[in-house]
Design a protein around this ligand. Structure first.
Ligand code: ATP
Ligand code: MG
Length: 232
């Protein structure tokens, strides 16, 4: 069976994960990473972003987490200042600012003025989670749906991977960690990876959903200079 057109891949640079993903992130869909705190979601976003910038493409990064300059420096080394010239980072402080930042990033990705290689939203659900059970829960849900719809339209129109992270809630009766964001987000993302914490620096990525690949898993480690998915 041959793959359908439009299945270019952007490698993450984490070998085990790239094998799991048959080469990397797809350029015509939203890839969702979810997992508990400390599972490596932000580190993967940074790892791919540095790689894309190193290849000379622009990175649009919506950051509700406060990208750690230290972590970026340890990944990029002496190249950091040069690579940062290829980053456009927005750091929204609430849901409204996040909606604006996502819209602006989508517009930049689509206008074609810069060669954009990646759009990241980390985390898509941080402010959303804060609003749950509050007066603005419905507004937050609606804003998230609109953002995700715009991100889907953008990856299709611009042909660049959209990588977003999502937080989890504990389903006590099932004993599982489930992604936040409701069914719309989890239908809209065509590739979904769950990151699990293993002992020490080890982490596992589970491919929960993909259009053309079977479910599977890969391991990698968190190191002082980034994520290591082994060799070969
Ligand atoms: P959250 O949901 O809280 O945003 P996350 O999944 O984005 O979490 P990351 O920030 O990507 O998690 O991963 C942080 C992990 O990296 C933590 O387990 C932390 O202990 C580890 N870590 C941070 N700095 C270093 C370092 N210099 N060397 C090794 N491990 C580190
Ligand atoms: Mg994070």
């Amino acid at each position: 069976m041959t793959e359908a057109p439009g299945t270019d891949r952007v490698p993450t640079g984490v070998r085990s994960l790239d094998r799991l993903l048959a080469g990397g992130l797809e350029t015509d869909c939203v890839t969702e990473l979810y997992g508990e705190g400390g599972s490596g979601k932000t580190l993967l976003c940074l790892e791919v972003a540095v790689r894309v910038a190193r290849a000379g493409k622009w990175v649009l990064y919506v950051d509700t987490e406060g990208v750690s300059a230290d972590r970026l420096r340890s990944m990029a080394g002496d190249e950091l200042d040069r690579l940062l010239q290829r980053f456009l980072i927005a750091a929204p402080k609430d849901l409204t600012e996040q909606a604006r930042a996502v819209s602006a990033a989508c517009a930049l990705a689509r206008d074609g003025k810069r060669p954009v290689g990646l759009l990241v939203v980390d985390s898509a659900t941080y402010y959303y989670r804060l609003s749950l059970s509050g007066d603005d829960e419905d507004d937050a849900r609606e804003a998230l749906v609109l953002e995700v719809a715009e991100l889907v339209a953008t990856t299709l129109a611009a042909g660049i991977p959209v990588l977003l992270t999502n937080q989890v809630w504990r389903n006590v009766s099932a004993g599982t960690l489930e992604p936040l964001g409701g069914s719309f987000l989890n239908h809209a993302a065509k590739t979904i990876l769950r990151f699990d914490r293993l002992p020490g620096p080890r982490r596992r990525a589970v491919l929960v959903k993909h259009r053309s690949l079977p479910e599977g898993a890969a391991e990698f480690r968190i190191t002082p200079t980034g994520l290591d998915g082994g060799s070969g």
